[in-house]
Design a protein around this ligand. Structure first.
Ligand SMILES: Nc1ncnc2c1ncn2[C@@H]1O[C@H](COP(=O)(O)OP(=O)(O)OP(=O)(O)O)[C@@H](O)[C@H]1O
Ligand SMILES: [Mg+2]
Length: 457
């Protein structure tokens, strides 16, 4: 027999059933584990992360719905074990998210057929995941991922600019990856073996910032007890990354311009000129063009810096990148937190796609990071997301005040169905209900319209 690749957790009091189940699967690559009650079932589920749970419906009664815990994990197949197989019972189980129903005593051929089918499905899913991972590798660039036309253009520009630049301006809203781009420019430049020095221009007061950038001599200001070199001197022959350049004072801007033009600087309080050879990457999330027009940023410096500009688009303008970024962060955090996460449920993906991402990639990184901490199964599910993303506000329509609850539900269903191109399975996932509920609502709506038609006829 080949190595077990598919694991099943049987939760049931009667050991004979688990034995019958294992016997029926002889020859298939399946490992069967048995839990004899609810508590053990839940423990084993968290500990062993099985592919399938065979849950005795007798154990699902009473203290809260056990099935709902499992069906929340979309990577898990839940099969219910009952005393009697009926179509109505099977439909009800499926409506609650179960994959299927098996009757006691177990029929070996039915068990084989069911489990083989589930193994084949799991295999297809694994294959799709492998393809996704290959795609992820193909679209990585210097620690960044992106496949949208705008990001591919950015990456191409970085490749072209890196061997040649002296100064570059990187612009874009917060969290779009400006620092990563700056590092990529340095890494791909002929100076990659030299230093990459970072200065955050918004973090210090005006005097301290000047002294930090250009250095100072003893006695230049109170507290300057000895001569000190600044970051420009430290970055000599390498690259200096000036983050938040929009925060630089006008006086410091004048000094910076001089360095860019003549490669010369004077430490604060010193008349001596020091030669430096530094490439500069400046970044900002402010509109420097506008600041320059308002006199808050030197125009000559702006023109000098913006000769080569790399603009990063907000995440909302490149939603094609979302699936890749999600997978990238999922891999990153599951390794970091030592969890065996291998996917994000479809409903979660839909919610992520609908969010507007004002904090851009950093926000997505945080959301996926937290979700990975929260996740209990193999898959990140919607309840692992923060509430702001989970509960998306539905704007009340005009005249909604006079609608009955059922009419509001029906209109919302219509709206969601449009959103997913009429796909009822996706609509069910998005609304957090079963497919059967969707069909029920649609049937009621048709009856409702028929009744109205009859009345008006
Ligand atoms: N394309 C990308 N692929 C992978 N990770 C990314 C990408 N873009 C940004 N990140 C990640 O998002 C976070 C924010 O990126 P970064 O610090 O470069 O943004 P920023 O534009 O400098 O933001 P701010 O203006 O707030 O300083 C970082 O953790 C970075 O690793
Ligand atoms: Mg930054």
């Amino acid at each position: 027999m080949s190595d077990p690749v598919y694991s099943v957790l049987v939760i049931n009091r009667d050991v004979g059933v688990a034995e019958d189940f294992s016997r029926a699967l002889l020859g298939l690559p399946v490992a069967v584990l048995r839990a004899c009650d609810r508590a053990e079932g839940i423990n084993f589920y968290h500990e062993f992360l099985p592919h399938m749970v065979l849950l005795d419906s007798e154990l699902d009664n009473g203290e809260g719905p056990l099935q709902d815990l499992f069906t929340g994990d979309s990577a898990l197949e839940v099969v219910l074990l009952t005393n009697r197989w009926t179509e109505v019972g099977a439909l009800a189980a499926v409506a609650r998210g179960a994959s299927d129903l098996l009757a006691k005593p177990l029929d070996p051929s039915k068990v084989q057929q069911l489990v083989s089918g589930l193994i084949a499905q799991a295999e297809t899913r694994r294959h799709t995941q492998e393809l996704d991972n290959e795609l992820l590798e193909a679209y990585q660039f210097q620690g960044m991922v992106g496949r949208s036309p705008r990001m591919l253009e950015v990456f191409a520009r970085v490749r072209r600019v890196a061997p040649l630049f002296q100064t570059v301006l990187v612009t874009g809203p917060t969290g779009t990856g400006k620092e990563l781009i700056a590092r990529a420019l340095h890494n791909l430049s002929p100076r990659s073996r030299e230093k990459f020095v970072v200065c955050n221009c918004s973090a210090l007061t005006e005097t301290l910032l000047e002294s930090q950038l250009f250095g100072h001599v003893k006695g230049a200001f109170t507290g300057a007890t000895q001569d000190r070199a600044g970051l420009f001197e430290h970055a000599h022959l390498g690259t200096l990354f000036l983050d938040e350049i929009g925060e630089l004072s006008l006086a410091a801007q004048a000094k910076l311009l001089r360095i860019l033009q003549s490669q010369e600087l004077q430490r604060v309080g010193s008349p001596l000129t020091i030669k430096v050879d530094v490439h500069v990457i400046a970044a900002t999330n402010r509109n420097v063009r506008e600041l320059a027009a308002r006199g808050q940023f030197r125009e000559d410096l702006f023109y000098r810096l913006s000769m080569i500009e790399i603009q990063l688009p907000p995440l909302a303008d490149r939603k094609e990148d979302l699936p890749l970024l999600q997978r990238y962060f999922l891999q990153h955090f599951s390794t970091k937190y030592n969890k065996k996460l291998n996917g994000i449920s479809r409903r979660t993906q839909i919610l992520l796609a609908r969010h507007s991402w004002p904090g851009n990639v950093r926000e997505l990184e945080n959301v996926i990071g937290n979700a990975c901490i929260m996740a209990q199964g193999k898959v990140v599910v919607d309840t692992d997301l923060p509430e702001a993303i989970r509960v998306q506000v539905v704007r009340p329509e005009k005249g909604a005040g006079s609608l009955t609850l059922e009419e509001v539900q029906s209109r919302h269903l219509e709206y969601v169905l449009k959103l997913v191109d009429g796909n009822k399975a996706r609509a069910a996932e998005l609304l957090g209900v079963s497919r059967a509920t969707i069909y029920g609502m649609l049937a009621r709506r048709i009856r409702h319209v028929d009744q109205k038609d009859n009345l008006s006829a």
